[in-house]
Design a protein around this ligand. Sequence first.
Ligand code: GLN
Length: 407
Amino acid sequence: SKILEGFVPEYESTVTSKLWDENAIMLGKLNMDEFAMGSSNETSIYGPAINPWKTQDNNEKLTPGGSSGGSAAAVAADLCLASLGTDTGGSIRQPASFNGVIGLKPTYGRCSRWGIIAFASSLDQAGPITKTVRDSAILLSVISGHDKKDSTSAKKLVPDFEAFLNSDLRGKKIGIPKEYQIDDIPNEIIELWENGMAILRDAGAEIVNISLPHTKYSLPAYYVLAPAEASSNLARYDGVKYGYRSSLKNDGGINELYKRTRSEGFGDEVKRRIMIGTYVLSAGFYEAYYQKALKVQSLISEDFKMAFSSGINAILTPTTPSPAFALNSKIKENPVEMYLNDIFTVPVNLAGLPAISVPTGLSKNNLPLGLQVIGPKWNEQEILNVAYRLEQDANFNYKPEEWWNNK
Ligand code: GLN
């Protein structure tokens, strides 16, 4: 964000401190959408990171996804072994799917948010982006755990996820939610999903049709709740305490300074969210929008709770409704088109659940496609194990450069 121009953090985040403590080697920072708002990396003031994959038929630059698109692109391009991202509505899983790598969003409260700039504090979680499920398990154990500096991080024992990796799925019940079979979903995504089901069935799991009836309200609820929290979190950027300050001649006093700084410092998408957020929280609209969205959020959570309490061990869905799209291709005048990208990932954040995206196939244009495995709260082991099996049997070992070199 331009509003953070020149800002150097004065302390380390807990998740990165934990990596340092285990002697991880840090190579640098990666690009992302401004304040993690976006699905294409294009809201970054630096411009987007570029997906290392290209379609077989043309040379178009593709989005790495967002918001943690830089993190996923760097892993896919082999610039690093692994990276971290944050996920408020899908920002680890969607880029992982677009780049053919593994992305895990932990249960809300599994990792400390200390040192991570808040977008929507009740939804944000950090998580690993890796080349293998095993690496995901290793990193998750390292970055997890209670932190007294973040009261929303849970006092839960952190398992050694790697030690318990197990691809034997006999007796497991895998739920397939009928509401995720949305209209307009391309055939290749349906096929990918069916292949995933076949792999799990062959591994001894039982595939069970389930219903999550409030799924269709997830995006509308998210786009009330996340902007509401964001508008409050972003109130601290005012040009006074730190970061960018408008240098225009100012004779209108402190309010004018705030106004100019924020008008010049925030990008369009961030401004849109601040406006939506302040609107839904304002007197007169608070009950109609914000409180209503909270009620919808409870219903969405309940849907998942019912499924898991009926004996379902994990839920299998596609991660995204399409493969990576070309940069600049989503109509800027219609932000809702961009928001639709998160249709399969957002419900998970609203319910605070863990989920992982695993690449299991290629689109007809030879772009990676991922499947999402969603688990009950605090049971990252379950989704890692299902992902481990998908990884072994889907055997996705394509690399982006294969297509480049064949041109
Ligand atoms: N793309 C979603 C949004 O723009 C999710 C972002 C995220 O998870 N940080 O809000």
